[in-house]
Design a protein around this ligand. Structure first.
Ligand code: DI6
Ligand code: FE
Length: 407
């Protein structure tokens, strides 16, 4: 059967900049999917649909759309004052314990209307798209009551409807203890498990469930109750684990088959082994490490040795990572964590898709998949990671349509 294209990009480059570099690549799109990709010299005969357009990419590099797999980008207010306090010497933990931090964003998010939250979040998402992102995960966790968590997740879904990006929602009801439950964390966990999560899942607002398992947040035992509640609903789980200390969250998460555990600065070899056995992805968040002036690096060498896939993400949030640049985050993964360029790129493509349980949809360029890709004005992929403060992204294509830039 003859191929029929709605669009064809010619004169692309692809590969990792090494031996597998390919010049003269062509990519044909039909019905929003990649219909054909390969060397232009081998392009088969094809028919042109009525709307057919041909683009000369003039040697631009093509990559899959980036997958931003860990954000908290829907929130009210700002924490610039907290940043000032931290510059003056207060620590993130001190601020959190004194009722600032996450809980101050909770107050601002509860107060904000749904339209206000959307209006604040949309430009953040557009920034990500402008750096090549075609899929983004967005967590709740600044509501901490059913109504506000629902509001946040509806805003996330609306971002996915109104902006050219695929949104995956994650329920993070166990992000912090809301002030009205002070001294009653187990009662709050009960509400999360039997009230909030089932209600939000029933409304179709939850793609996955996350927990902040940490001394300043929720214990391993409390986390387990949430994993059990998620399992009852058939929802995949993830965990913020071993970020500020090691309390054993990772091993629990691995026992529950978590898609990913995230942060992991304090993870040890037994954690890494458990992740390997469970197929759990290590999501590393170098910009949070940088913003918190953390000095303990995640055990990258152990992840490599045990074959645990590493993803990276901005962790975009108003406290520990007010960051909207995937490219800078890749640079930080290399400069601060010792990633290679190839690892950083994989970490933002295939491995990030794995961390969302969506590796069958995102993260690679293959015929039959959604035509979600980015074109870059670079001479080699190392330039994606090398430049700071300048995005060489020429265009972003989602479902076959140019959604950013031009080509
Ligand atoms: N870890 C983080 O880095 C973010 N949440 C979490 O559990 C921080 C969120 C914030 O400070 O608002
Ligand atoms: Fe986070």
């Amino acid at each position: 059967m003859a191929l029929r294209f709605d669009a064809l990009w010619r004169n692309l480059r692809s590969g990792d900049g090494g031996d597998r570099e390919a010049l003269g690549v062509a990519l044909g799109v039909a019905g929003g999917k990649i219909a054909w990709i390969g060397r232009e010299a081998e392009l088969p005969a094809f028919e042109r649909s009525a709307e057919f357009v041909q683009h000369d990419a003039a040697g631009a590099w093509v990559t899959p759309g980036l997958v931003e797999c860990h954000t908290h980008l829907v929130f009210g207010g700002s924490r610039a004052d907290e940043f000032r306090r931290r510059l003056a010497g207060a620590t993130y933990e001190e601020i959190a314990r004194a009722g600032g931090g996450i809980v101050s964003t909770v107050a601002a998010t509860r107060k904000a209307s749904e339209d206000e939250l959307f209006a604040a979040a949309a430009p953040r998402v557009r920034r990500l798209i402008a750096e090549g992102v075609t899929a983004v995960e967005i967590k709740s966790g600044y509501g901490l009551d059913t109504q506000t968590e629902a509001k946040m997740l509806r805003v996330a879904r609306r971002l996915g409807r109104e902006l050219p990006v695929t949104v995956y929602t994650t329920f993070l009801g166990a992000h912090a203890l809301p002030p009205e439950y002070r001294g009653q964390p187990d009662e709050y966990i009960e509400l999360v498990c039997t009230g909030m999560l089932p209600a939000l899942a029933e409304r179709g607002l939850v793609d996955a469930v996350d927990i902040f398992c940490e001394n300043i947040a929720f214990s391993v035992a409390q986390s387990e109750r949430i994993f059990q509640a998620a399992a009852r609903l058939g929802l995949p789980v993830k965990m913020h684990a071993e970020q500020l200390s090691n309390i054993g969250g990772t091993q629990l998460a691995a026992r529950y088959g978590a898609l990913s555990t995230d942060h992991l600065e304090y993870a040890v070899e037994a954690d890494v082994e458990a992740m390997h056995r469970a197929g759990t992805v290590a999501v590393l968040l170098p910009s949070a490490y940088y913003c918190l002036r953390e000095t303990k690096r995640p055990p990258v060498e152990l992840f490599r040795r045990h074959g645990v896939p590493m993803a990276i993400a901005t962790d975009c949030n108003p406290g520990s990572s007010p960051v909207l640049s995937p490219l800078m985050t890749m640079n930080m993964a290399c400069t601060l964590f010792g990633f290679t360029v190839e690892e950083a790129l994989q970490a933002y493509m295939h491995n990030a898709a794995l961390a969302l349980g969506k590796a069958d949809v995102h993260g690679t360029l293959e015929a039959g998949r959604d035509a979600d890709f980015a074109l870059w004005d670079i001479q080699s992929p190392a330039e994606l990671v090398y430049w700071l403060g300048a995005s060489p992204c020429r265009a972003v294509i989602r479902h076959g349509q140019i959604v950013h830039g031009s080509c």
